[in-house]
Design a protein around this ligand. Sequence first.
Ligand code: PNW
Length: 458
Amino acid sequence: PVVPGATFRHDFPEGFLFGASTSAFQIEGAVDEGGRGPSIWDTFAEEQDGKLSGGRNEEGIAFYNNLINELLAAGIILVVTLSHWDIPQGLDDEYGGFLSPEITQDFVDFANLCFAEFGDRVKFWITFSGPWSLAYSGYGAGTIAPGRGVSSSAVETFASRHLLPPDLTFCRPYRTRIHRAASGDPGTEPYLVGHHQLLAHAAAVKLYRENYQSTQNGKIGIILQQIWPVPLTDTEEDRAAAQRSIDFMFMDPLYYGDYPDSMKDFLGSRLRTFTSEESQMVKGSYDFIALNYYTATYVRDAPEAANGPPSVITDPRVEYETERDGGGSSWIRVYPAGIQEFMVYVKEKYDNPVIYISENGIDETNDPLLTLWESLTDHWRVSYYQRHLSYLRRAITENGVNVKGYFIWSLTDNFEWGESISSRFGNVYIDYDNGHKRNPKLSAEWFRVQLLNEAALR
Ligand code: PNW
């Protein structure tokens, strides 16, 4: 029986892609293998041994060639993200990573290598996963690598909340303890980091378009993400607050070649300006926009937020009402209609771009008593996907939004950044106590029969 709002592959346009997302640092492990050098996440998650990174890694290239070939042989289309919150530690040590404009050339060199080595088989490229997330969480809240900007008391809370049992020693990052002391400047660094990601993104897109696209015939874009802000009250103030909140996610520069007025007016000299050449390069630097959608939050106008020291956290002058509803991490408030609202907003504001939903998902709560069986029978996760897909379908059929694919987060349980392995987003359960044995959850079966292999049901 088909529950109301159930969605099948055939409910979506011809050629619509369904997939599952993940990211290298979150699933690969292999910290000391295959010529892999340390990344900023090794440092953030635990002390590492100071090995130098950089240069061309033949073992790494061979690894990804094998992976790509295996996936293609299984009939899987690849969408490759070049950098998901992760860069070599060496670049951070040398010039401060994304804090410096030097990151652009290094990123372009890396992108060039990937296009040249893998572009014959990879037809979808994404430069960065959420420049706003890295700027905000890595340099403002300090909750992801490199962990700058946060006050020291917050570091303490964060560290103790995520300590793991000492027996989880099979892979270095899983013994996560966030040990960074507070550093940086949350009022300026996030905007530098955002700016440099936009420039590095645009330069990589330019390279792809000039040197590869006509022969390789791929598409290139960027992931943007924001918790969808719903005005707390239907007043002009709260509506403006919601608009500011979304303004800060860095989409405007990609479309208009400049930051929105709300950012420029309020941030003044804390915001970098684009030269006219840079503006031209950034403007239109995407074939598609990939959007992550997990949740929504109420926002209210909070002018008083401007009174404290400048910080990316308070700069939009909004207060978030994060009252919880549904399962999962405390930040996930289940609001499926938000995916339709978000799509319509992007369609109208940015001239109906091609959109892919690059992540949508929910995790098991960090309850230590959670049993394997409870994880495996994840009806609530299936319901989460189905409800979001229903609203996504409406965005297409009722609003004409040009959405061309939907990817769940995540393929398997993984290293969930600051939550380490205590949070499970996967469709496949990873048994960390039994050699990483994989157990498909109900949601994996749902994905298979309903989205990939519906013919089996009819
Ligand atoms: C995602 N938001 O980030 C990351 O891309 C994944 O690597 C991660 O595993 C996943 O979250 C689950 O935590 C997000 O503002 C950042 O709504 C911000 C938002 C959502 C997801």
